[in-house]
Design a protein around this ligand. Sequence first.
Ligand code: GCV
Length: 852
Amino acid sequence: MGTKAYSRPITLALLVTFAVAMTAAQTQAETGREGWLRYARIGQTGTASFQHERIKVYGPGESEVMRTARRELVHGLKEMLGPNWVHSGIVPGKFLLGSLQQMQWFHPPLGIEAEGFWLSLRKCEGQACVVIVGGSDRGVLYGVFEVLSKLARVENVRGLEETQNPANPIRWAEEWDNLDGSVERGYAGRSIFFDAGEVRRDLTRVSEYARLLASVGINGCNINNVNANPRTLQRDFLPQIARIADAMRPWGVRIGMSVDVSSPKTIGGLETFDPLDPKVAAWWQSKTDEIYKLIPDFAGFVVKADSEGRVGPSAYGRTPADAANVIARALKPHGGVILYRAFVYNHHLNWRDPKADRARAAYDIFHPLDGMFDDNVVVQIKYGPIDFQAREPVSPLLGGLEKTNEAIELQVTQEYTGQQRHLVYLAPMWTEVLNFDLSRADRRLDPREAECRFASEWCVKNLVAGKTFHRPLGGMVAVVNVGLDENWLAHPFAMANLYAFGRLAWSPELDAQRIFEEWSQLTFGNDPAILKVATRIAMASWRAYEDYTGPLGTQTLTDILGSHYGPGIESSEENGWGQWHRADHLGIGMDRSVASGTGFAGQYRPQLAQGYESLETTPIELLLFFHHVPYTYKRPYGKTVIQQIYDSHYQGANEVAMFVRDWRALKGKVDEQRYNEVLAKLEYQAGHAIVWRDAICNYFLKLSGIADEKGRAGHFPDRVEAETMQLRGYVPVEVTPWENASGGRAIECHDEHGCSVSFKFAKVAGRYEIDVEYFDQNNGESKFRLYLNGLLLDEWAGTANLPATNIGGDSSTRRRVHGVVLKPGDEIRIDGVPDGKEPAALDYLEIFSEPQ
Ligand code: GCV
């Protein structure tokens, strides 16, 4: 062994047994700030699967990334194995890390790519040692994280021998952060990058974020909103951007920036931003050169243009290819790339026109340009043709570019999937999309089946990786939108989505459940009881959310004009945004067939197009995305559409109630802080799922006039509407839209001293659960007190941070009190005290019998 290859060996001496064991100290409070990189102490019982007497870490210290790799390895080992270690410097190494060139004498296998790594358990000077060889320094770092992950999950590494290469060259996190510190569609606090128009002085969180990203192989981070502020490109601002690059560089994460294509005019002083004007090209060149002087490893730009009010090349009659190429050519000498978003559409569509269809836009605009983009341009395509809905067909554009690099765009931030107040594990959806075969010769159009078993070249994962058409670039990006919240994404489980995104971008072959299990073990420890419950909840969560929000391909029936959060069924209709479901009293769905509709189905390759064209062969999950049908339509042996709407909403809401029950079983197993946080969020979600369920069922019951054959929709025998109770100070109000409150009405208090509402219990004596449905706005903190015969049962304040300044589906919230013993004639009273603009509003009480 040539010691010269290793500078500065670090030796950890200790007796360690990596064993199949329970992780200790689960009950200490944890904030979630470490994410899945907690390196919790590994218990040392059981049989050794991997034993060390001394652990020695070698690793050349020349580059920043290599230093990071070694530090991380030492840190992880120390945390997991205990502080009881010493430097020795004498004992032969047990962990050896280095790049391919440095480790040639180990004869690494062929095929380790630049960002890949090789892990091997070898004998070094007579003793077992783990060899980590990277195709580059970044590869070494990724290898270190992989080893640490295996150890943390107590994986048997005795026969360790594996090579891993990332499937996708581009693996970027994108952040929609604004310079003022807000984050567009961010739900976890303010920007970690910016504040008050400047880059934050303290970038500790940025470095910590880069560490999390690197640990799952993410190699780029686009730091600002695609609705870009040209200020970021100004000469006096660029040194600030360079500080962000400095904070992320040690983790091998290169930064990118969103740019506005009008910058040559808005900040460059030119009279035009026409991409074909040589002055504009010169401006981009000199601006890009300026950036690379400060940030030599700058990754590139992301562009949103001609979309949602952003200007673009259409202003000069130019194409997205013209706009992309002028910037690409400026980046080319520096090795940078441009990600040009295919999210280009007209949001002033004529909703009366049955042929108009937003879903068509990306393909209509970009498919004809195939082959016209430079080689360092990547067209960034949202997974579906609309906009991050809980269910959409796979974007046909993903199969519509053969001579152009492409990347798929996913969303970790849960804009349309519950905004991290709802637990929704998204990897099952993503793997379904990645495994979707856009050629689909068969007619089994069940999107839940992984169609790519035979590695078809038309599988989305192969297309985006650039494999199908041998493209030089390709990949996966996700809009993440972390914030300053201690746990990054507000909901502890939301981090599973970030983790899964990284893992899938690295290896789209991975299975969503397996990824979740990894994350759960790293995040909550190796207790099988936790693993089982967390996995069950996570794996059921996407389907449950889809069920209680908008099934059968109607998209998420949310308020698309505002928060994108609670129910807002009519908000998508009769406007130019094109998220139409076209429901009327006879039927629902958008006809996108070629024969009679918008023709969108024809954008797919022939066999798939044929499948979507027909009502009978369209998968049930997408039925209403492709077809307008009467509520009474049903498949042979199936249910009517209306009954499916009722059933799925009840099914989805019941499923979330089960999540609460299941999670409760983990009390004492998960540390208290995260246990309580998750429980509170699940309880809230269970209540909000009922708000969704009722809004949609009641709405379609009224619209269709067809009863729920199970008698649930519109019937609430346990409910007492607030407006029917005895009111003291409270006043009844109409709620808009009506379906977002029970009975369409609620009560508000406008007396600063408070109001009161009461009624006499009239059911049989017994033990009950009382649910109070109230409205929690973000512009006040009303107080509520619940009394039974004058005795205080419960009190709370409306302090949740919901996206609502008035009463409705965004603010409707449930408070649950268990185990209340009631008898006929008991008086139940609620006192409400308004605060700020929040009127202590109440919707109803629901009183359910509980087992004795
Ligand atoms: C950054 C959706 C979101 C917008 C977002 C846009 C996009 O429409 O609601 O906030 O803008 O997508 O992806 O550009």
